[in-house]
Design a protein. Sequence first.
Length: 600
Amino acid sequence: MRFSRACAVLVAATSTVAVSVNPLPAPREISWGTSGPKQIADLSLRTETDNNEGTLDQAWDRVWESIIALRWVPAATEAPISSFQPFPTGAAAPAKKNTKRRLSVVHSVNVQVEDKNADLQHGVDESYSLDVGDDADCITIKAKTVWGAIHAFTTLQQLIINDGHGGLILEQPVSIKDSPLYPYRGIMLDTGRNFISLPKIFEQLNGMSLSKLNVLHWHIDDSQSWPIWVESYPDMVKDAYSPREIYSRNDVRNVIAYARARGIRVIPEIDMPSHSSSGWKQVDPEIVTCTDSWWSNDNWAEHTAVEPNPGQLDIIYDKTYEVVRNVYRDLSEIFVDNWFHVGGDEIQPNCFNFSKHVTKWFAEDPSRTYHDLAQYWVDHAVPIFQEYSKERRLIMWEDIVLSPENAHNVPKNIVMQSWNNGLEYISNLTARGYDVIVSSADFMYLDCGHGGFVTNDPRYNVMSRADPQTPSFNYGGDGGSWCAPYKTWQRIYDYDFTLNLTEAQTKHIIGATAPLWSEQVDDVNVSNMFWPRAAALAELVWSGNRDADGKKRTTQMTQRILNFREYLVANGVQAQALVPKYCLHNPHACDLYRNQSALH
């Protein structure tokens, strides 16, 4: 049922009380009443006509279906550390009073949306408020846009729990005022190294929706495979791993629609000019270079790629830009977001030694450098990308500005995704005036710490060394994982990526993305590689990692993320276990420090 009606009575909750529910991400402001549980009946949605393609109705149907199907019992409740006694006290805990009272009943969700037609683009207002008063018979949600209302639904989804007898309750009246710290909150999925099926992509979107992440950065292709259909060049998918491992135009539309219905933008990445072999070489072998070279990691002075297989777009060959234009145009027609990621990372100079066009270009003017070559790419490719639409904004990896082969002048309206050297590079980019997406490998790369993937690697063969007692590169160290160690949820959550930035620099941080490169990831493990660690990032960029007094709230986050992991699994997202189940049932029993202020 959809119509507008005010709640019978609405009295805001003002007190704080211990409850079992512990929603993630933590709302910016939440207060609980003390008048006792409120019974949830068959909730009906009451709102004015939804002009945003029925998005609000569909979102509520999904949420309510999940609520009644799960009848969720919080898996991890909170308890004060004082409940653990270091020495016997002999004192018995007071018995709980067995009191009964008639529960007040909530019958409906009353949603008021100010701007029903606001598009899902960068910077859209995602704020909301949610109120259930002491004597109210409905839940009131107010939001500037449909997208904020959807976030309110996912919060409510975690608040309504099983009453222990199969019914549903809110434990106490509640009042929430909520909005994200950052407008860009995402994960990056790589489908170039290994193919990820649509059901598994949908599964990640479900986890994102529950945790209020709002951007899927889709790293579609890489040197190893080209899995997406392009109208102008149908032969490009000959470099997909198989005919079953291809995304059709309809597949892409389904992903975008599924994401949009959950308040998630899909931003594609076609990595250029590096990481470019598969697909491109099917169009014209001459637009790529060094594809037939040995990648030469065993002889770094001659290497042509940071991992197999080599390949880069030939920056000087004129036809390169014709093909780039057509591929970019075709993909822009199906990816409707105003933003597009065009790569720009890890350009390898040695690769261009295999290009007759580049070597001739250098020979024509000995003063030319690889900085000039990178600038040639910027000068010729960026106008192609920007001319598609006046709303189009580009994202590039920071390498185009900060690598040893950086371009001289990269437009400041291009967003930089920062992945190297943590705070140093973030500070460098923001000081120059670039907007920045934080993806620092030392904190946010979710594939790190699983060892190296390259084979025939003698560095593992410790006993072949003259001195077997001396650890090799892969023995007793990082195991061949260049970005080890493994990034735990606490490492992610504790990252203060605006540390020591000026106020002006801080304004250039638009959010963060946790990448998952897929050299060792496919359908079998993609979900437990993302989840629940991505939820730690979700809270970090939604409401932060510090309390009102400015202290780290990692300890308080513990039970929240342990509970959320169980909730993800209950909702079909195959999230990895973080602790023995004992730790869920015994809050803080697994803390390293009894002192709850150990983190600052």
